[in-house]
Design a protein around this ligand. Sequence first.
Ligand code: FMN
Length: 319
Amino acid sequence: MKKIMAFSGSNNPESINEKLVKSIIQRYSNYDIRFIDLKKFDAPIYSRRIHQRGIPQQIQDLYQVFQQSDGFIIASPEHNGLPSAFLKNIIDWLSVINQRFFNNKPVLLISTSPGVTGAKTHLAILTKLIPLWGGILRGTYSLGSFNKSFDITSNTIIKEEELGLIDQRFKVFMGKDVALKSNKEIVQNYFTAFQSGNLEVVLSTFHPSCYIVSVKEEERPAEQLHGIYRTRKEAKQFLKNIVTLFDTKEFTVDMIVEAEANVVVSKGSFSHLVKSSGKLFRSNWVQWCLVEDGMIKEYRFYEDSAALIEASNIECIEL
Ligand SMILES: Cc1cc2nc3c(=O)[nH]c(=O)nc-3n(C[C@H](O)[C@H](O)[C@H](O)COP(=O)(O)O)c2cc1C
């Protein structure tokens, strides 16, 4: 799969299913998953009379988007044990263009609701129907008790065991197909997330067994910034150390190049306000990344550590 299309079957502007599907896009940010806002393709309730006048343009446009997609993640809300009328209507319109509008592509079906079952009932119905619409159903997942299970501030599922289940379903959904972005795009993605302060996405770009060298290739006490970090868990500490020490005023990326197979080298500059001294730490930086399975496996970041000592205003500091 190269391009995956993800959407919610809700026309509710505050849709919890939309939040769920967006959290999945965020979690697997190394993959090319595009959110499609179905609300923009809303159409009148299907009627033969309207159909005879022509299929609404927005449905024809949506059908074209479907044709360009290599897989689908659908978050479907449940209304009285059935899919929403909004989603059903869009399905009806698409089906009059082509009954098999999913075009023999894989589908991952998910749902959530405030109730404990997470809208599971209607997924059983959709499970039977998706093959009739040309979809290859590769898995289902329901998140129950949305209000207790989902943190809307960070836009993530709270419970680790639920994340584990999502990971399993996503792996099966992807199969052996590849929807990974290029190595350069993955590193670009890291920087974009870092620049916008989206640390969850930054974290998701690190391989679970990553190896990070922040300036010095030495063991370090937990709160020390410079040194070695191993695994994604320690990558979290790396990010924590950065935000604890600095208030980043500027972070520019001047160049990203794929240097050799799986190696991406970048350079740029930054300006951090050192929180403890109130002084600016300005530096050029160089980053070297080894990319594996669409994630950063090895990460080396070099900056002007002498300038940091100066900006920290401390004679001798263990960085
Ligand atoms: C008319 C109606 C019927 C509903 N029926 C169900 C239901 O059968 N099962 C369920 O889990 N939730 C049901 N709900 C609650 C929805 O799960 C809840 O409104 C949810 O926010 C819908 O998803 P959305 O926010 O993505 O639109 C129903 C809500 C409405 C308005």
